[in-house]
Design a protein. Structure first.
Ligand code: GTP
Length: 564
């Protein structure tokens, strides 16, 4: 396939606007899969994805499409659509030249419509806007096209109208993909270089790496290396995703395909890495940007006897998700566990659900926290920690305030799109969470776009849930990094527990902060130094998972952080 007959594109949209349905329809229309042969969306493969109806891991498919007597190779890169997965969206974008921006013709422009539009726009990709679900009775494509003009400056005449469900307008969309998106610029005769944009662990065959070939060609048994490591691999298998793997003799410039080369973990194939022939190394195509973990939580087995098996499950799952970070952690109440770092709150939830569904592992997760920074006052600590500014991901390791000149915490720029009647309510929710309003723009006389600066720690606890319940699910929210800002942290504080009836306080008890290891001490006083016995007592004491969660939650609330 000469590059001029190739089109590499992805579909971006707000969650539930129909990406996976559209991907399926495109696969059917191009004859890649048989119509109706699948109950669920073909590209949403993971169990959690089916369960939650969201795309977690990007999946890719190569398809052949006939137009005007020519056969085109279209590479569809299905991207995850949720707020936490922008990192995956960004790397999928790097592998293509254009995007289809899908907007629900009933729901209109939403927070992630804006976020994904700007990612594509900033990356200089061709954008094909399309209104989906025009078959719905309440669809209002004209009004939504006008919102797109106001919010994104997209001309209504450029916007296609489709029903991914029924297939209406999808052939026009395919034609637009060929006509509007430029082909990849690559040279088959130059030395081979490819961009790694996804990888996962296949239980039977080891690590599968997806690569967009920028220049040159690759065949089986070639010796390859990656810019980020010195290791050399031999190519065992290459091919296309149709959408299942189909071996090929060679991969050429402009193509997107898989490589299997005997890697043991996805950590060896870093996303955004550049692959080349060992004999002709090339400079990196993209600067490597490691995944940035912004939400951390302790994960413990329900019972210490399950420690080994939980560890095994975590290892396996992490083979498939190189964006999770891990360190060992010890808790007096819960024993030996791990502190895991996630890209966001949903990423954490999805990971823990996969742990349970795919690996049968149950665990206790502590209240999530954000990475704080502590700037040291004295040489002593700077020497001890070998840094002036320490990033702390575990509340237990926050240094004493006396040695710190400044604490800081991550802030985000939050974008909320909402029916205008909820504006006041949303403003109140945000203000309670230390937000600073940046602007509010009416997209038409019913919908408003609001932007706030706010601390990430205020977002990760219950912000989504409250926003959803106060607006009956009509508001959408997305956020992006807005740097660190100084904050005040108090390591321990008393907690006031009040009982109220009809707004009247009828009882109040102040709980002093827990002394360190209070749970363990209590148990040890029964069990002496016998840790096994102490553990048994603890087991007897616990009334199931809920109580254990409470203990740990309480410990965290008392030992951790209060912000002003
Ligand atoms: P994520 O993968 O979570 O980002 O969602 P998605 O954007 O892939 O959405 P998905 O394809 O799962 O569609 C969401 C819901 O909308 C499903 O119930 C679809 O059946 C429905 N849907 C998608 N396209 C259409 C359409 O054209 N018309 C109608 N009526 N429903 C549609």
């Amino acid at each position: 396939f000469p590059p001029e007959l190739i089109r590499n594109f992805c579909i971006v949209a707000h969650v539930d606007h129909g990406k996976s349905t559209l991907a399926d329809r495109i696969l059917e229309i191009t004859g890649t899969i048989k119509p109706g042969s699948h109950d669920n969306q073909v590209l949403d493969r993971l169990e959690v994805e089916r369960e939650r109806g969201i795309t977690v891991k990007a999946q890719t498919a190569s398809l052949f499409y006939e137009l005007d007597g020519k056969t085109y190779l279209l590479n569809l890169i299905d991207t995850p659509g949720h707020v936490d997965f922008n990192y995956e969206v960004a790397r999928s974008l790097a592998a293509c030249q254009g995007v289809v921006l899908l907007v629900d013709a009933n729901q209109g422009v939403q927070a992630q419509t804006l976020a994904t539009f700007y990612s594509a726009f900033e990356a200089d990709k061709t954008i094909i806007p399309a209104l989906n679900k025009i078959d719905l009775k309440h669809a209002n494509p004209d009004a939504v096209a006008a919102q797109m003009k106001k919010a994104l400056d997209i001309e209504p005449s450029e916007v296609l109208r489709i029903s991914a469900k029924l297939g209406t307008g999808v052939p026009d969309l395919l034609r637009a993909i060929v006509h509007r998106i430029p082909p990849p610029v690559g040279n088959v005769n130059k030395p081979f270089r490819g961009l790694v944009f996804d990888s996962w662990f296949d239980k039977r065959r080891g690590v599968v790496t997806l690569v967009a070939v920028v220049d040159g060609q690759l065949k089986k048994e070639d010796k390859i290396s990656f810019v980020s490591s010195d290791k050399v691999y031999e190519v065992k298998d290459i091919g296309l995703m149709r959408p299942d793997k189909v071996s090929a003799e060679k991969l050429y410039a402009g193509q997107v395909g898989y490589i299997m080369c005997g890697m043991k973990t996805t950590k060896e194939a870093q996303i955004g890495d550049t692959v080349s022939h060992k004999s002709s190394p090339v400079p990196p195509i993209l600067p490597i940007r490691p995944a940035k973990q912004m939400v951390f939580a302790g994960v413990y087995p329900e019972d210490q006897s399950q420690n080994e098996s939980l560890r095994g499950s975590l290892d396996k799952l992490m083979l498939n998700d190189s964006s999770v970070s891990v360190t060992m952690e010890q808790s007096a109440a819960l024993g030996q566990g791990w502190r895991l770092g996630f890209l966001g709150l949903l990423h954490m939830e999805v990971f823990l659900q996969r742990l349970e569904y795919e690996h049968g592992a149950t665990c206790i997760a502590t209240i999530p926290s954000v990475p704080y920074r502590a700037k040291f006052k004295f040489e002593k600590q700077i020497k001890e920690f070998r840094t002036e500014v320490l990033t702390v991901v575990n509340p237990q390791s926050i240094p004493e305030a006396s040695v710190v000149s400044e604490f800081s915490e991550p802030w985000v720029m939050g974008t909320i799109l909402t029916p205008s009647e909820y504006m006041g309510e949303i403003l109140a929710i945000c203000m309670e969470r230390r937000a600073q309003q940046k602007n509010a723009t009416f997209l038409d006389n019913t919908r408003v776009l609001m932007q706030f600066h706010m601390p990430l720690s205020e977002v990760i606890v219950d912000f989504f849930d409250i926003l959803k319940s106060k607006t009956s699910g009509y508001a959408s929210f997305d956020y992006e990094d807005a740097g660190y800002r100084p904050c005040t942290l108090v390591k321990q504080f008393p907690v006031a527990i009040q009982a109220t009836v009809g707004g009247k306080i009828i009882a109040r008890e102040d709980l002093k902060q827990l002394r360190k290891d209070v749970v363990a001490q209590k148990i040890y006083s029964h069990g002496g130094r016998d840790k096994g016995r102490a553990q048994k007592l603890l087991n007897r004491q616990k009334e199931g998972k809920a109580r254990m969660r409470m203990v740990e939650t309480f410990r965290y609330h008392t030992t951790v952080l209060l912000k002003f």
